[in-house]
Design a protein around this ligand. Structure first.
Ligand SMILES: [Fe+2]
Length: 229
């Protein structure tokens, strides 16, 4: 991606500089459109998140900020929160929508979706980190996850954040076959899995944010907290 930081001194203040700036703006705007289009594609295939996906991305950014991560890296986390499951496009409906238990072969294929997400997102200039976060969003803090079996802080921080928020979203969202869990129960399960499945610091940070903004959280689900039991 073009970067004004790397602009040669002789171009600064010239018409070339303005042209480069214009091209950079065009590229950024094209990238935003592609991200938005991918997000709609997920909705069309019914692969979107339970909670409105932009809200999910907003929480990811809030967690990242509260953890003190640099502002410059937040966009990659936001995109990963939106598009980490884009690779499910490559999984057959017979597996994605199967109601019963998956066979081992079906599970193996399903577990390929983070690699598929990575293979799509890495093609977009400027989304290198987001693609990496998507690749590792099913790693487990204790090393029992996939695809690489990374452990603890070997797992990129963006993946650790997406993993917690994605799990919370899955737990509180209503599905056609079950009602979502209450906020309290979802939080209890997250805390219980801190240190095994999830990064405990990320869980703690998310729980603090969710506690302060529980009404906001449930506003995004379209369900009142009292009704989600
Ligand atoms: Fe996933």
């Amino acid at each position: 991606m073009l970067s004004l930081d790397k602009l040669p001194a002789e171009l600064s203040g010239s018409g070339d500089w303005l042209r480069i700036k214009e091209l950079e703006q065009q590229q950024n705007s094209l990238l935003k459109s592609v991200i938005c289009g991918f997000n709609q594609l997920l909705d069309l295939r019914d692969l979107g998140t339970g909670v409105h996906s932009t809200r999910l991305a907003e929480w990811a950014v809030r967690v990242a900020r509260k953890l003190g991560l640099p502002e410059a890296g937040l966009y990659q986390i936001e995109v990963a929160a939106l598009l980490h499951d884009i690779g499910k496009i490559g999984i057959p409906d017979a597996i994605l929508k199967k109601e019963g238990k998956l066979t081992d072969a079906e599970r193996d294929l399903m577990n390929k979706h983070p690699e598929y997400s990575w293979s799509i997102l890495r093609l977009l200039p400027g989304l290198e980190k987001a693609s990496l976060y998507a690749l590792h969003h099913h790693e487990s803090f204790d090393g029992a996850g996939y695809p690489a079996g990374l452990k603890g802080e070997e797992i990129p921080i963006g993946s650790r954040i997406v993993s917690v928020i994605d799990a919370y979203d899955a737990m509180i969202s209503n599905r056609c076959y079950r009602r979502g869990l209450s906020h309290e129960e979802a939080v209890r399960r997250l805390l219980e899995s801190g240190g095994t499945q999830f990064d405990p610091t990320v869980v703690q940070t998310f729980v603090e944010i969710a506690k302060e903004e529980v009404a906001d959280v449930f506003a995004a689900t379209g369900v009142a907290p009292a009704a989600v039991i």
